[in-house]
Design a protein around this ligand. Sequence first.
Ligand code: 5GP
Ligand code: MN
Length: 350
Amino acid sequence: MDADLQNPPPDLAAAPEAANPQPVNASQSPPHPPIDTILQVLRNGERFLVCSHSRPDGDAVGSMLAMGMLIQQMGKRADLLTADGVPAIYRNLPGAEEIRSVLRVHGPYDAVILLECDSLERAKLRGLESFFLVNIDHHLTGSEFAHVNWIDRAAVSVGELVYRLVKAAGATLTPQMATCLYTTVLTDTGGFCYGSTTAATFAIAHELVMAGADPVHIAQSVYFSTTAAKMRLLGNALSNLKREGPLAWLWITQDDMTRTGAAEEDCEGIVNYALSIAGVEAAVFLRELPESNIRLSMRGKGALNVAAVAERLGGGGHESAAGCTLDGPLPHALDRILAELRQELKTGKA
Ligand code: 5GP
Ligand code: MN
């Protein structure tokens, strides 16, 4: 495969040239496919940093772990870093204890592999810009900020892309890798519910289960390992539930967080309760942050593009799952998002 490269990737020893990236665009017939370039980068180097976005989700954690395992299988070293810790429901994934939470990155690294980040800023890690960067993403709002960019918006999870990389590398898909990758597919399709789910999704799930992922155990770890604090938080959020035709929303204040003893990660999935109402097309969960701005989590059933709304407000995501952060106070953020969603419903999907 290496011999086929018309245009070999930059000599990684010449790291200072990293300041002038030559983007490789997966969607515009690049001189060679990013997957080959990425494998070449991995083969050329010895030491890599694998990272993902802040407040990591199942795709972030699972794809990082599988990527780290692939690199190790290739006989190289991978450090796994994120700005925030691994949520409890993913801490039993194989190798999860190797993910460290830091604010600044120190090399030397031959390359940094960013997974699931639609911009460099999404990682919330300082010092990344001085390295040779590889961006592997599937967000609708993905951007070519790195030296090598592989953005496949049709992939259900970045884990699906790591799975393709494992296969292209001719590496062994171990039960540990399969477990991490299945978790990315399960969580990023919302349990095989989002619009991104197709027959191909089940084909990947099938292969991962055949390779040793236990779908029952993984589903129980992700969906049936709730803390009592989260249930109390959910009760608070549901008591704030409001509906206006195809829109539904609910929220949690900082005071609710303190009273229930809930953690940040306990907010995950609450938005789906609002979306689950018959006739609701889009739902928003608003959460007051300690620093008093407001985190928004949006979900849609297909009638509108929530990523377009999130992007207009400085965030991003997918057509049916997106998020952003707005200035407080909460009623102000709520007015803003409702105005945007009402507009988006009128104008329809972009
Ligand atoms: P969640 O609602 O689960 O936090 O996020 C849903 C989706 O939107 C995920 O794919 C996540 O990466 C993306 N997302 C959430 N918040 C932000 C944000 O502030 N900026 C960007 N660019 N993407 C976000
Ligand atoms: Mn993802």
